[in-house]
Design a protein. Sequence first.
Length: 204
Amino acid sequence: MDEGLARLATTIRACRICRDLPLGRPLPHEPRPVLSPSSTARILIAGQAPGTRVHASGLSFTDPSGDRLRSWLGVTAEEFYDPDRFAIAAMGFCFPGLDAKGGDLPPRRECASAWRALLMAEMPQIELVMAIGFHAQRWHLGPDCGRNLTDTVTGWRSIVERPVRPRVFPLPHPSWRNTGWLKRHPWFGAELLPVLRQEISALV
């Protein structure tokens, strides 16, 4: 990792904005920013925010959603956690807490506004961003993002073919809570995933 990115990563890991200077209610637990930036990886995995297991482990996607994501990409855990192959940086670096139904809250608003542009500027080598979930898609696609996740992922071909860099590949979150969505949209597995695996294979 180059010096500038290393300094930024250290600063992010020490961040306590969502506890000390929150937009709304403060984070209800001690922050633990989780990210794996890279100066060499050409692929960035841009998720939503850590869940409870990632908050405990300090390593992204160490949960069943990570298993599903790796199966989508066609990579092993060893490949996935190799910083020469993948950078991993969610839209929110800290676990945001749970809602009344036991689901994860959205990423904290403070995080992307404070760090996202700075982090992307320190990783100019990124060629492909996997934007997982609507929050990541809205930030990385801007006006090209659809009205919601389904609209955005349905339009994946035109998004991937945009003449901009880095290219963005929109994905639903691999959470098992989205199993119903995947069943209702069989084209995701039949059409999108084979193209995604080709893209990943070419870059890793």
